[in-house]
Write a protein of this length. Sequence first.
Length: 206
Amino acid sequence: MTLDFIALARSMPAWDEGDYGSIRATLSVSVRRVARAGADFFVCPDNTAHQALEQPGEDLALPGLHIAEVVADRAARDGRTRVGVLGTSYLMDGPVYPRALAGRGIGCEVPEAADRQVISGIIFEELVNGVLTDSSRRSYLRVIERLAARGCDAVALACTEIPLLVTPDDSALPTLDSTRLLARAAFDTAVGHRALPTWRGGPVAD
């Protein structure tokens, strides 16, 4: 196992401009590095990054596990019918989770606009800086309660840091922790309990 990291700050202007092609190009550098290190497949625990990885382009240097596909598979195994999604504004406004969930016959809900602003603001202003507060936890839990009232039967914690703030015991809905689900899928793949992935970036085939 090897790790590679290119600071998110480098790509933030491109995120704000919707320039997903350049973000994909940056991420592809990391994939090439882990390929040179001898990896058989890659995982990217950044949910939002998959919006860029799904953009058309040359095949990535390695096949990878797609985090939203992993989460959607677990939701389907659990018999979920409507999943709320929490993450960055880019992710909640984007197509990654609606597509992955719809491919398994599962509805997708995101918070209302004001709640999306709160969720994303806490991620970028607090969580990425290691700041965890009770007031932010309560804000997240209120949003989850509203998603439950709209008919969701689970909530996807679709940002790496959210599980640091929201635990299954706190949540009004069963949680789908994208970070832990991806880690488990990666372990199962590495030890041969799961087939190697075939996705090399670009649109995900239904």
